[in-house]
Design a protein around this ligand. Structure first.
Ligand code: EPU
Length: 332
C-alpha cells in the first residue's frame, strides 16, 4: 500500500495499492493499453481529486516534463509536457516576457489538467490560448491531437470530461500567446488597476488569491468544491424576485451563471464544521480538511450543502472536484 496523502491536495490519509509515475506517452501506452482490468486512476498534481478512501487499484501520476518555445512574427508557441506545474509555467513565461497567463497565476495543478477542466479565474479561461492538445487514445493506443475547436471547451468543461472521459492520457498542451499583449482586467478586483503591466496583474491575482483562498499546503483543499451553476433566464428572474441582491453573470442570451459561494453563504454554511471538515470562512465554495477530517465527513457536508441549495433555490449544484471511492468515482 502506498500513501496518497502527498499526492492529493485535500490530504486525506488514503492509500493506493500501486503507485506509478508516467514520464512519456509511450510509457503510458505500456501501462494502460490495452486497458488494465484492475481499477486505475490518473492524476496530475492531485489538486482537483479527493481520495475519500483507500483506492484498491493503481494510481498513475503524470510526470511528463518539458517546455519548448517557438515563435512566429506575431505569436509565441509553447509546447509543454502535461506534468509541468501550471504556476511555474506562468512564472517561466513572465520571466521571459511572454504574457497572457498572468490572470491564471497560482492555480494549483499541472499543465495537462488545465484543458480537462478549462481552468479559469479572474476573467480568463485557458481555452483562449490553447492551440491543440496531444493525447494517447486508450481505445486505439494511438497518439492523437485535438485542435481547440475540437476540445469543445466550455465553463469548467471540455471533451476530456465528456466523450473522452476515461479514454485518454494528455501528454502535451500546445499554447499560442499573441506577442501583442492586451491586459485582461474585466474582473471586478482587477478593474482598479490603471493600465497595468502583466507583472502587476500577476501580483494582484496572487494577492487576491492569497487573501481569499486557503493554501493547500497549509489547509488541505481542492479549490472550489462546486461549479458555479448556470440557470435559465426564467429561473434567474424567479430567484431575483425573491432575492433582489442575488449576484449573476450573463452566459449567453438564454442563460445566467450564479455564484455558488453566494448561495452557500446565504444558507449559513460559511465557517460550519462537519467533524474535521470546514466550509471555509472566507470563501464558502471551498471545503477544507482543517482537522484531520475523513471522506465520510466531507461527503456529509457536501451533500447537506447540495441538498439545501436544491431545496431553497431549486438549483442542482455539481461538484467541480473529482471524488474517488475505493474503486470508482463517487457522486454526491
Ligand atoms: N460570495 C459570497 N460570499 C463569500 C464569497 C463570495 O456571497 O463569502 C459571492 C460574491 O457575490 C462574489 C461571488 O460569490 O462576488 C464570486 O466569488 P469569487 O469572486 O470569489 O469567485 P467564485 O465564483 O466563488 C470562481 C472560480 C474560482 C476562481 C474565482 C476567481 C469556480 C467554480 N470557481 O470562484 O476558481 O478563482 O472565480 O475568478 O468557477 C477553482 O476552480 O478551484 C477556483 C478557485
Amino acid at each position: 500500500m502506498y500513501s496518497l496523502q502527498p499526492f492529493h491536495s485535500f490530504g486525506f490519509a488514503s492509500h493506493a495499492q500501486e503507485l506509478q509515475h508516467i514520464s512519456s506517452l509511450s510509457q503510458a501506452r505500456q501501462f494502460l493499453f490495452p486497458a488494465p482490468t484492475q481499477p486505475y486512476y490518473i492524476i496530475g498534481a492531485g489538486s482537483n481529486t479527493v481520495f475519500l478512501d483507500d483506492f484498491c487499484g493503481t494510481v498513475y501520476i503524470i510526470a511528463i516534463q518539458g517546455i519548448e518555445l517557438y515563435e512566429t512574427d506575431s505569436d509565441y508557441l509553447l509546447h509543454v509536457g502535461a506534468g509541468e506545474n501550471w504556476h511555474q509555467l506562468v512564472e517561466w513565461c513572465l520571466a521571459r516576457n511572454i504574457y497572457g497567463f498572468e490572470n491564471l497565476a497560482l492555480i494549483p495543478g499541472t499543465v495537462g489538467a488545465a484543458p480537462i477542466q478549462n481552468i479559469g479565474a479572474y476573467g480568463l479561461e485557458i481555452e483562449q490560448f490553447i492551440e491543440s492538445v496531444e493525447y494517447l487514445c486508450l481505445r486505439s493506443g494511438e497518439i492523437k491531437q485535438l485542435t481547440r475547436e475540437q476540445c469543445a471547451f466550455a465553463y469548467r468543461d471540455s471533451i476530456f470530461k465528456q466523450q473522452l472521459a476515461g479514454q485518454c492520457v494528455i501528454g502535451q498542451v500546445n499554447f499560442r500567446l499573441p506577442k501583442n499583449w492586451q491586459a485582461n482586467i474585466q474582473y471586478a478586483e482587477l478593474r482598479e488597476l490603471h493600465q497595468p503591466s502583466p507583472h502587476e496583474i500577476f501580483a494582484k491575482v496572487v494577492a487576491v488569491r492569497q487573501a481569499k483562498l486557503p493554501d493547500p499546503l497549509i489547509l488541505g483543499n481542492a479549490g472550489s468544491f462546486f461549479k458555479n451553476p448556470i440557470v435559465s433566464k426564467a429561473h434567474w428572474h424567479m430567484l431575483l424576485a425573491k432575492y433582489p441582491t442575488l449576484p449573476s453573470y450573463p452566459v449567453d442570451e438564454h442563460r445566467v451563471k450564479i455564484p455558488a459561494a453566494w448561495l452557500i453563504d446565504q444558507l449559513g454554511f460559511k465557517g460550519k464544521w462537519q467533524g474535521g471538515i470546514q466550509c471555509h470562512a472566507k470563501q464558502p465554495l471551498v471545503l477544507v480538511n482543517a482537522q484531520h477530517g475523513t471522506g465520510e465527513q466531507l461527503l456529509l457536508l457536501a451533500r447537506s450543502i447540495k441538498h439545501k441549495v436544491s431545496e431553497v433555490f431549486a438549483i442542482n449544484l455539481e461538484n467541480e472536484v473529482q471524488l474517488l471511492g475505493a474503486d470508482k468515482a463517487v457522486t454526491l
